[in-house]
Design a protein around this ligand. Structure first.
Ligand code: DX5
Ligand code: ZN
Length: 555
């Protein structure tokens, strides 16, 4: 399908919501393991997998084998978003006569493998891959196995076989979420090391203790280790796997079971349990409020932008915000596409290029070729036709499409027709031209008006707050509807970027939790609020949420 980063994330969000909807209606199912592999499925279905939903048995299709078959809701939701069947079909999950059962079944067109009895999917995949080699076919086979599933001996027999037959048309993902049906993997049968206590964040602390990859390397596989929730890392790993010849590739994907819904995350209870109906709207709201932190590197050492990018990478930024200024649209000059091209090889973290330049339609191709993941141009220097040209060029090149407005600019009417397909709207909260300025408070009021226009025109992209955003005002920027936050002097201007980004995330998390408590009260009063808070049983989340509720007199 070849979608851009933003559209992949949007479809992943849709699929997660369908997992919640279908398991809730079925009253059973496996949301936890569906969510830990959500980004992996998203990158496969919306970028790399070759398939035709209208012709599920197309001979040259790529094959996707879900060996951890219990995560069927995740597979089915993505198949629906990808066009195999209408979303309404998911309401029949696990019902008699439905083609969508608790585990994938060949009765459902597009399903390649009846997963569920764990340990067999990799062997099955080897069969398909071998057959493709014998038949001189060049389709690829992708397989997703669980870490708990790796306790099965057959997985390792298959691992040996795939290497023996040099199956480079086979790429496997290990959904490494540390939880299996009855406990933590590292308690049942450690792949890395024995877990003492019940705090699996211990396992995240020091990735150097990771030995799972060494096991697969010793079986002769090409191994890539990634953060299994970072779309850019998954995409880069698949590209590397497809370019690797003579050996099969195992992508060890560090994931979180229940990822994206706080009370489900790292919580073994949600291996195989459906959410209650009264909590579903809260879960949808939480899923709609995923957010990104984007440091702006011009707030750093302009003579060493390579190092500023490295600081963002070490700081675990979600995007890197690149402020291009040409000395015409704004008085200042920063850098142009040549610098972006130089910086590109440093990281796969998405480049969020903000073009503060005159006549962007003349130059935008340079920024596509330089490797931008999203390009945002200003309405003040566009009109319907020039922005239409920019929009089409970016879509054709799988680059996100962004529009920006200055503090004193309203969204021009000509832009409304583009809103449904826009990936990002930058709402400037400083006069563009430099970092380190104060946030213009009138922006909050402006956002209120803007939101009604955006809703009316089916905008489903991210609002990016850009300019003077800091720890004090980011919560209200979130309440205004921003979901991407640029931090120049408030992040890059600080010594410890990682700690600062962590604090930014915590502030947004606080605002989101407050919003969800308020929503719970609206929908079901104190009972629902207490029930929702009570679901947060892992770590200190519950105490933190109770504290917020008390501060806001919501308890
Ligand atoms: C201003 C830029 C902003 C700015 C952000 O023209 O578009 O991205 O660099 O820096 P702070 O967060 O310091 O305002
Ligand atoms: Zn900017």
């Amino acid at each position: 399908m070849g979608l851009n980063y933003y559209q992949i994330k949007k479809n992943i969000l849709r699929a997660r919501k369908l997992v919640i909807k279908s398991t809730n209606i079925a009253g059973s199912g496996h949301p936890g393991g569906s969510f830990s592999m959500a980004e992996i499925l998203g990158c496969l279905f919306y970028k790399y997998l070759k398939y035709d939903p209208k012709n599920p048995t197309w001979e040259d299709r790529d094959r996707l084998v879900l060996s951890k078959g219990h995560a069927a809701p995740g597979l089915f939701s993505n198949m629906s978003v990808a066009g195999y069947f209408p979303e309404t079909e998911l309401e029949t999950l696990r019902k008699f006569g439905s083609k969508l059962q608790g585990h994938p079944d060949l009765k459902c067109p597009g399903v390649e493998f009846c997963g569920g009895s764990l340990g067999t999917g990799l062997s099955y995949s080897i069969g398909i891959a071998l057959a493709a080699k014998i038949d001189n076919k060049d389709h690829h086979v992708y397989t997703i196995i669980g870490d708990g599933e790796s306790d099965e001996g057959q997985v390792w027999e298959a691992a040996m076989t795939a290497a023996k037959y040099k199956l480079d048309n086979l790429t496997a993902f290990l959904d490494r979420n540390f939880i299996q049906q009855d406990s933590y993997t590292e308690k049942v049968m450690p792949l890395d090391e024995e877990l003492t206590g019940n705090n699996i964040s211990e396992m995240w602390k020091d990735a150097s203790r990771w030995k799972t990859g060494d096991k697969w390397r010793s079986f002769g596989w090409n191994v890539i280790e990634i953060d299994g929730h970072r779309v850019e890392q998954i995409n880069a790993a698949i590209a590397k796997a497809l370019a690797t010849k003579g050996v099969p590739t195992m992508i060890i994907s560090r994931t979180i079971k229940g990822k994206s819904v706080e009370h489900m995350e790292d919580n073994p209870q949600w291996h195989g349990k459906a959410p209650d109906s009264d909590v579903v709207p809260l879960i949808y709201d939480e899923l709609d409020s995923q957010f990104m932190i984007a440091p702006s590197i011009i707030a750093g050492d302009m003579t060493n932008l390579e190092n500023e990018v490295k600081r963002c990478v070490n700081g675990r930024a979600d995007y890197i915000h690149l402020d291009v200024m040409d000395g015409q649209f704004v008085p200042a000059k920063t850098f142009d596409h040549n610098k972006i091209k130089e910086l590109r090889p440093l990281t796969v973290i998405p480049f969020d290029s903000h073009l503060m330049i005159a006549e962007p339609v003349k130059h935008v191709r340079d920024y596509v070729e330089a490797g931008s993941d999203i390009i945002t141009v200003h309405t003040e220097v566009c009109d319907e036709s020039s922005f239409g040209e920019i929009h089409d060029l970016l879509k054709q090149n799988q680059v996100g499409v962004g529009l920006a407005i200055n503090p004193d600019t309203d969204l021009p009417e000509w832009s409304y027709k583009f809103l449904p397909s826009l990936d990002q709207l930058i709402v400037m909260s400083v006069v563009p031209g430099k970092s380190g300025q104060k946030y213009i408070p009138e922006t909050h009021e402006k956002m209120k008006k803007l939101n009604s226009i955006l809703n009316a025109h089916k905008f489903t992209g991210y609002i990016e707050a850009d300019g003077g955003v800091n720890l004090e005002n980011i919560g209200s920027c979130f309440e205004d509807g921003a979901r991407a936050f640029v931090g120049g002097s408030a992040i890059i201007g600080q010594t410890d970027v990682r700690e600062t980004i962590r604090e930014f995330r915590n502030q947004v998390l606080k605002a989101r939790r407050k919003k969800l408590i308020e929503k719970a009260h609206q929908l079901g009063g104190a009972d629902l609020a207490n029930k929702w808070i009570g679901l947060h049983v892992v770590g200190e989340k519950q105490d933190q949420i109770i504290k917020i509720a008390k501060e806001e007199n919501l308890l």
